[in-house]
Design a protein around this ligand. Structure first.
Ligand SMILES: Nc1nc2c(c(=O)[nH]1)N[C@H]1C(S)=C(S)[C@@H](COP(=O)(O)O)O[C@H]1N2
Ligand SMILES: [Mo]
Length: 333
């Protein structure tokens, strides 16, 4: 008698969606980062060695599976291995278009000219200060970060509030790894980020209508979310200056201005920090700034976005397509 394997009805459907499943199987993703439920790292600040993690109280050893990146070995240079969890079947944006269409107001407000004005910008040495409400304040040179935390590549969608978008491979490491080393104090509720302020190296500082230096901020739970990256590279090499060398933030579910470039300081605070954009235009660029097609900017619709290389118009997704992973951070009010 022939041996017949009866497959449940869902089996074929599941096979058909394999490429999507290879990108961010939610349960597996959260498991690898040590998430067990909806609570996002609540009380789970950990210090990790190569083989084990210890909870913030210093006593409770956490199971090995709480190690970020269990089963995935980050590299220490560019190009870094691509994290298979962030290898979606999407077409990447043309690298040259991305490198010549930039918002970096310290240089100029003209997107196509930023890359031509960065010659005097010195990106080494680059000490980064981690301070404020932390047990272990520290200063680390951007060059040392790969050795300390390892580097991985992730393909993310990126959405500017001006309704343009791109899909690029970033190289970096979760900000949570650095914050866990610095050990936020219980009073810490927000993270403030500060960009360099050296007017002799960048002509845009001459425009004093902006409250330089560029600053941004996140809630601590947003900063600790495993999607939040500190980025050192793009397209397999170190960041070109116009993309925010040598170290920038990428928060893929928020409008692009939250992804602050050329960071010199990361400060844990008890209260919500002022940001450059919220200080200038609070009704247009509020602190939270999650991508939301249903909430128009006061001066334009956010329902669709334009891919910067092809000009293609695509529908904007809530949380820029990352709602499955972050929506629980924002309970409906
Ligand atoms: N320091 C600093 N960071 C910044 C900006 C800036 O002007 N200065 N612009 C922001 C905005 S509005 C966007 S859309 C992204 C653009 O990043 P990209 O040029 O690498 O695409 O950087 C963000 N980070
Ligand atoms: Mo932007």
């Amino acid at each position: 008698m022939a041996y017949v394997i009866k497959r449940p009805a869902w089996h074929l459907a599941e096979r058909l969606v394999t490429p999507e499943r290879a990108f961010l199987n939610r349960r597996e993703f959260l498991r690898q980062f040590g998430f067990t439920g909806a609570g996002v790292l609540a009380g789970a600040l950990v210090a990790c060695s190569r083989t084990s993690c210890v909870a913030a109280d210093g006593a409770t050893p956490l199971p090995t599976r709480a190690l970020p990146h269990a089963g995935f070995a980050p590299g220490k240079a560019h190009p870094a291995p691509r994290n298979p969890q962030f290898d979606p079947p999407w077409k990447l944006t043309d690298e040259k278009v991305a490198a010549t269409y930039n918002n970096f107001y310290e240089f100029t407000t003209a997107k196509d000219r930023v890359h031509r004005l960065v010659d005097k910008f010195q990106i080494a040495p680059w000490p980064v200060e981690i301070g404020g409400l932390v047990e272990k304040p520290m200063t680390v040179d951007a060059q040392e970060l790969a050795d300390l935390f390892g580097l991985e590549e992730r393909v993310y969608r990126f959405r500017c509030v001006e309704a343009w978008a791109m899909i690029v491979p970033w190289t970096g490491f979760p900000l949570a790894k650095l914050l866990e080393q610095a050990r936020p104090k219980p009073a810490a509720k927000f993270v403030r980020f500060v960009t360099f302020f050296r007017p002799q190296e960048a002509p845009g500082f001459a425009d004093d209508t902006y409250p330089w230096p560029y600053t941004e901020g996140l809630r601590l739970d947003e900063a600790l979310h495993p999607l939040t990256l500190l980025v050192t590279g793009i397209y397999g090499h170190a960041l070109p200056k116009q993309h925010g060398a040598p170290l920038r933030l990428i928060v893929p579910w928020k409008y692009g201005y939250k992804s602050i470039k050329s960071i010199v300081k990361i400060e844990l605070t008890a209260t919500q920090p002022a940001t450059l954009w919220e200080t200038l235009l609070p009704h247009e660029y509020p602190f939270e700034s999650n991508v939301d097609p249903a909430v128009p900017h006061p001066r334009w619709s956010q329902a669709t976005e334009r891919m910067i290389d092809t000009g293609e118009r695509v529908r904007t997704k809530p949380f820029n397509g990352y709602g499955e992973f972050v929506a629980q951070l924002y309970p409906k009010r």
